[in-house]
Design a binder for this molecule. Structure first.
Ligand SMILES: Nc1ncnc2c1ncn2[C@@H]1O[C@H](COP(=O)(O)OP(=O)(O)OP(=O)(O)O)[C@@H](O)[C@H]1O
Length: 244
């Protein structure tokens, strides 16, 4: 049976100062996907994510999350998502636990016991009482993901999650994503320009170029269809017009 769709966009379009940045984008993310949203810098990935998370409105088109239209059912639709769009910002002089505690106070219906649970899921239990000032960038990213996990989202959206991390930090984030995907059945939508990283963790990808979706599908299918041997080669073929 084909997997159910969790997140889709229909003809999503956005212009800034008369220039079309996102052009009739039709995305389809299925339940259980670790979906890589690929594109070189400046192709519109962040703009798309800002529309998916309701931070900006599209000029036209729709975002549908778990069957709920973001325009019509904003609160319910957005409650399905945990997202990190920009670098997560925390109070440096408070511990990881204390920062999450502040967040929990803002979310109705969530108890303090949830904090230890999400810290455990991102591997920060041992460092929970340390001040965030002493955290590495990778640990801050993981604390950001812990924060996104507080309301039990079905979908987590991450914008360039490994940007700026050292190799160890990258490995930790990738392992954490795979664990959350398999153990907690969380669907991931991850934007990246790092093709090798993406090919290690994603089952499906969409390729964005100049605001248009040039291809979408299983990583293995895209590689086969473009008669190449790696996601890097397939990406290059597709974005340089080799396939379309
Ligand atoms: N608020 C804005 N006003 C004007 N132009 C904008 C605005 N936001 C984004 N843009 C432009 O839209 C284009 C796409 O930007 P976007 O940040 O979405 O790209 P990206 O694929 O996420 O790239 P990067 O990885 O470099 O962030 C860029 O040319 C950018 O200058």
């Amino acid at each position: 049976m084909a997997a159910e769709t969790l997140l889709e966009t229909h003809k999503l379009t956005k212009s800034f100062q008369g220039k079309t940045i996102i052009d009739n984008l039709n995305l389809n993310i299925k339940k259980g996907d670790v979906y890589g949203f690929l594109g070189r810098n400046g192709q519109g990935k962040t703009t798309t994510i800002r529309m998916l998370t309701g931070l900006i409105f599209p000029d036209s088109g729709e975002v549908v999350i778990n069957g709920l239209n973001l325009r019509g059912d904003f609160k319910q639709a957005i409650s399905q998502i945990g997202a990190i769009v920009e670098n997560p910002v925390f109070y440096d002089y408070l511990s990881g636990y204390e920062n999450l505690s502040l967040m929990v106070n803002l979310i109705p219906g969530i108890g303090k016991e949830k904090i230890n649970e999400v810290l455990e899921l991102v591997g920060l239990t041992r460092r929970a009482k340390d001040k965030v000032a002493a955290y590495s960038l990778g640990m801050k990213q993981r604390l950001g993901i812990a924060n996104a996990l507080l309301n039990d989202p079905q979908l987590i959206i991450l914008d360039e999650p490994t940007n700026g991390l050292d190799p160890q930090g990258m490995i930790e984030i990738k392992e954490m994503i795979l664990q959350l995907s398999s153990k907690k059945e969380i669907t991931f939508f991850i934007s990246s320009h790092l093709l090798h990283e993406v090919s290690q963790i994603c089952n499906r990808v969409g390729i964005l170029n100049d605001g248009k979706l040039l291809a979408e599908g299983d990583v293995s299918e895209l590689i086969n269809d473009s008669e190449t041997h790696s996601l890097e080669e397939a990406f290059f073929n597709i974005t340089s017009g080799g396939q379309h």
